[in-house]
Design a protein around this ligand. Structure first.
Ligand code: PHE
Length: 340
C-alpha cells in the first residue's frame, strides 16, 4: 500500500512540475486531489486494509494530500508570476516611438465662403431659404420676367431636362418661391448650386450662387449699396468700397453690376484688376415691378432689391485662385491650403 502511495506522490509531483500554465496545473491538481482524483481514490481502498492499520493509513494519506496541496500552491504562484511577466512583456508600449500623425480635414473653400456670407448676412437679419436644383421654366425664367421668346434666355446656356423642367441657371428662382409663400417684410438669403453649359478657366457647368432679396416699404438703391459696402468690408478688407455700374437683368429695374475696389492693390491698379482698381463681383438691382406682381405683391406699396453672386468667384478673388476647376478636382494639395 505504502508503495502505491509513493507512486501516486511521485507521479503527481512530476506532472505538477511539468505543467506550463495555470490551467494545466489546475488540471493536474484535479487529477490527483479532486473528488475523483487519484489521492482521493487511495482512501477508497481503506476497506482492503486491516482494521487496526486503518487510522495510520488514513493519517498517511492526509499527510500526503497536505504535502501535495502545498506543492500545488507553491507552483501555482510561480506559474502565475511567469504568466503575468509574459503578459506585461507582450503588452509593453514603447513610449519613445514617434506618434502616428493624424491629419484633420479642412472645410472646402466654397463651404467656407458660403458660411462666411451666411454669417455676415444673418447678422443683418437675413434668413436662409433653399430652393430646388431642378426647376420649372416658370420659376427660373417666366416669373422672373423672362418669357419664352425673351432674348435674355439666351444669356444663360440652360441644361433642359424636359420641355418644362431644367437645371436652374440662377438662384433667383428662389426669389419667386419665397415671395409666393411669404409677404413683406422679406430678407432672404438663398445659397445653392446652379448649372450652365459653360466651361473655361472662370466658368464651370456647375457652380454656386448666393442670392439675396429684400422687399419692404421704401426700399431704395441706397439700401442696396449700403449693404453691399458692409459685405465688401467684411469679406475683402476694412477699406473696401463698392461701385455700381448700369447693367441689365430682366427681373431687376434698374439693374447694376457691382464692382469692389481691388483688395490686392487697394484700388491703384494691378494685374488682378487689369489696371482698373475695380473687380466685378455680382449682379443686382431693384426688383422689377412685374416680378412683384407675379408673386401677388403690390409694387406701388412695396419695393425691393436683389443681388446674386458667384461663390466660387468670391473665393477666387479672396484666396487668389486662378482656375475654377480646382474647386471640383479635390486635389488634397489644394484643399490643404485651407486648413486652419
Ligand atoms: N441671377 C443673376 C445671374 O445669375 C444675378 C442677379 C441676381 C442679378 C439678382 C440681379 C439680381 O446672373
Amino acid at each position: 500500500m505504502e508503495e502505491n502511495i509513493e507512486k501516486v506522490v511521485e507521479e503527481a509531483a512530476l506532472e505538477a512540475e511539468g505543467a506550463q500554465s495555470s490551467r494545466a496545473l489546475y488540471e493536474v491538481k484535479m487529477k490527483f486531489l479532486g473528488r475523483t482524483g487519484k489521492v482521493t481514490a487511495l482512501l477508497k481502498n481503506m476497506r482492503e486494509i486491516a482494521a487496526e492499520a486503518r487510522p495510520a493509513f488514513g493519517k498517511r494519506v492526509n499527510a500526503v494530500r497536505e504535502k501535495l496541496e502545498e506543492l500545488f500552491s507553491r507552483l501555482e504562484e510561480k506559474v502565475k508570476e511567469r504568466e503575468l511577466a509574459a503578459r506585461l512583456k507582450e503588452e509593453e508600449i514603447d513610449v519613445t516611438l514617434p506618434g502616428r500623425h493624424q491629419r484633420a480635414g479642412a472645410l472646402h473653400p466654397v463651404t467656407r465662403i458660403k458660411s462666411e456670407l451666411i454669417e455676415i448676412f444673418s447678422g443683418m437679419g437675413f434668413e436662409v431659404f433653399e430652393g430646388p436644383e431642378i426647376e420649372s421654366e416658370y420659376y427660373n425664367f417666366t416669373a422672373l420676367n423672362t418669357p419664352a421668346d425673351h432674348p435674355a434666355r439666351a444669356m444663360q446656356d440652360t441644361f433642359y431636362i424636359t420641355d418644362e423642367f431644367l437645371l436652374r441657371t440662377q438662384t433667383s428662382a428662389g426669389q419667386i418661391r419665397l415671395m409666393e409663400k411669404k409677404k413683406p417684410p422679406i430678407k432672404m438669403l438663398s445659397p445653392g448650386k446652379v448649372f450652365r453649359a459653360d466651361d473655361d478657366a472662370t466658368h464651370s457647368p456647375m457652380f454656386h450662387q448666393m442670392e439675396g432679396l429684400v422687399v419692404d416699404k421704401h426700399i431704395t438703391l441706397c439700401d442696396l449699396q449700403g449693404m453691399l459696402d458692409e459685405f465688401a468690408r467684411k469679406v475683402f478688407s476694412e477699406t473696401s468700397k463698392t461701385r455700381l455700374r448700369p447693367s441689365y437683368f430682366p427681373f431687376t429695374e434698374p439693374s447694376v453690376e457691382v464692382d469692389v475696389s481691388c483688395a490686392a492693390c487697394g484700388g491703384k491698379g494691378c494685374s488682378l484688376c487689369k489696371g482698373t482698381g475695380w473687380i466685378e463681383v455680382l449682379g443686382a438691382g431693384m426688383v422689377n415691378r412685374h416680378v412683384l406682381e407675379n408673386c401677388g405683391i403690390d409694387p406701388d406699396e412695396y419695393s425691393g432689391f436683389a443681388f446674386g453672386m458667384g461663390i466660387e468667384r468670391i473665393a477666387m478673388l479672396k484666396y487668389g485662385i486662378n482656375h475654377i476647376r480646382l474647386f471640383t478636382e479635390n486635389d488634397v494639395r489644394f484643399l490643404k491650403e485651407f486648413e486652419d
